[in-house]
Design a protein. Sequence first.
Length: 411
Amino acid sequence: MKRYLFIVLFLFAGIANASVLEVGVTAKWKTIRSAIQAATSGDTVRILPGIYREGNLVIQKPITLLGIDYPVLDGEDRVEILTIAASNVAIVGLRLINTGVGSINDISAINAIESKYLRVIRNQFENTFFGIHLANSSHCTIEGNILHSNAEAEHQIGNGIHAWKCDSILIRNNQISGHRDGIYFEFVTNSIVERNNSHHNMRYGLHFMFSHNDIYQHNVFKSNGAGVAVMYTKGVTMRYNHFLENWGSSSYGLLLKDIGESHITHNHFIKNTIAVYMEGCSRSEFEYNTFQENGWAIKLQANCDANVFAKNNFLSNTFDMSTNGSLVLNKVDANYWDKYKGYDLNKDQIGDVPFHPVSLYSMVVGKMPSAVMLWRSFLVYMLDRTEEVIPSITPENLKDNRPSMRSYKDI
C-alpha cells in the first residue's frame, strides 16, 4: 500500500513541477525556439496568436506545444517546420504552412523520428510537402487535423499522413486533400485508420503496402486520382467505409493486389470506374458490401483464389463481375443482384435458379475496351441473352447458386 501511495505522490509532484511557458509579442518568451530551449520535461509551450518564422524547430524533450487560436508557423517554402526526436510530445492547435520541397528528403510540416506516444491533435496544414511524417515510431495518435495542399503535379507534393515502419498508430477524424496520397502506410502494423475524409488527392486516398493486421473503418475516400490501393498485405479489416466517385481510365474504388486473409465488409462502393479490382488475392471475405452505379463492381483476375463473396448488394452497375479466365476458384453465395431474372416458387427469398454475374459483353470489353461504345445496343442484348441460354464463353463455375430475392437493408 505504501508503494502505491508513493507512486501517486510522485506523479502529482511531476504535474506540480510542470511549467507553462507563454510565447508571443507581449509574453515573456518572444520566440518558440527560446521557449523550447528553456522548457523541461512535461512543460507546455503556450503559443499566442501570430505568425512565427523561425526555420526548423527540433524538439528533443517530452513537451507540449499548445496553440491559442491557431498561431501560424511558416516554413517560408524553405524548411521543415517541426522535427520530433523525442517521445511523449504533443502538438496541439497550430497552423503549419509553406514547407520546403525536396526530391531526396521527405520535408514535412511535422516529422517524427523514432518517437513514441506522439500526439498531433487539431492542427491545420496548408501548402506542405509532406504533412505529417512518422518513421520508426509507435503508439502515436493523429487526430482532428486538416491537411490541404494545392500542388499541380505529383513530383511537387508528398503525402498528407505518411507512416513508415510503425506500430500501433491511430489516425482518426482527419480531413486530407490535395496531396499525392492522402494516407500512406508502409511496413505499418496493428494500427487503426478511422473516420477520416480523404478526397481529391492526386493518386490514392489511402495507399498501404506490406502493412499487416491493420483496421480501416468508417472512412470516406472520394474523387481521388486512383482511389485506394492495398498491396502485399495480410490480415486487413476494411469495414464501414465509403468509396465514392473515383473515376478515370486507371481508377478504382479499391485496388487489391497480393493480399490474403482479409475482411472487407459493410462498405459502400458508389460511382467508381471499377469498385474493386483484385489481382493475386486469396482467402479473403467480402460480405455485406453495397456496389452501386459503378462501371465494374468487381474485376476478379484469374489468379485469385479461395475468396468468398456473400450477402452483398449489386445495384445498377454496368457490369457486376468480370474475370479474365475460365477457371475460377472463388465462392459466390447469397448475394442480391438487381439483374437477376429468376423466380422463387417456394417463397424462401432465395432464387430457385443460379445467377451468372459475368456477362459475355463484359468479357468482350475486357479484351477490346473500345467495344464499350456498343453498350445498350441491340447487338449486346442479343449476345448476352444467347450466352444465358447456351453458355459457352463465360466461366460456368462463377455463379451464385443461392441469389437473394431481396437486398440487404442493414448494410
